[in-house]
Design a protein around this ligand. Structure first.
Ligand SMILES: [Zn+2]
Length: 74
């Protein structure tokens, strides 16, 4: 399957793996509610991130942005 690069707008040839780059994340708090041994309700908060936006990039834009070689250059 081919796709259009989000950076340069070029249509890539078919059967080239898509390079996804996370361009935007937001902080997310995960709350777990549980009861402790004494019967009190407790909250455990863990902080993580959530992906907001992902860009599909052709191999040259991927290398340009990350400095890494994409999958199809292996
Ligand atoms: Zn591109």
């Amino acid at each position: 399957m081919s796709y259009i690069c989000d950076n340069c707008g070029k249509n890539t040839p078919p059967n080239v793996p898509c390079n996804k780059l996370v361009v935007e994340t937001r902080p997310k708090t995960y709350v777990q509610v549980h009861k402790d041994k004494a019967g009190f309700v407790r909250e455990t908060r863990t902080h993580g991130t959530e992906i907001v936006k992902e860009a599909k990039l052709c191999s040259s834009c991927f290398t340009l942005k990350t400095g890494k070689l994409s999958d199809d250059h292996r």
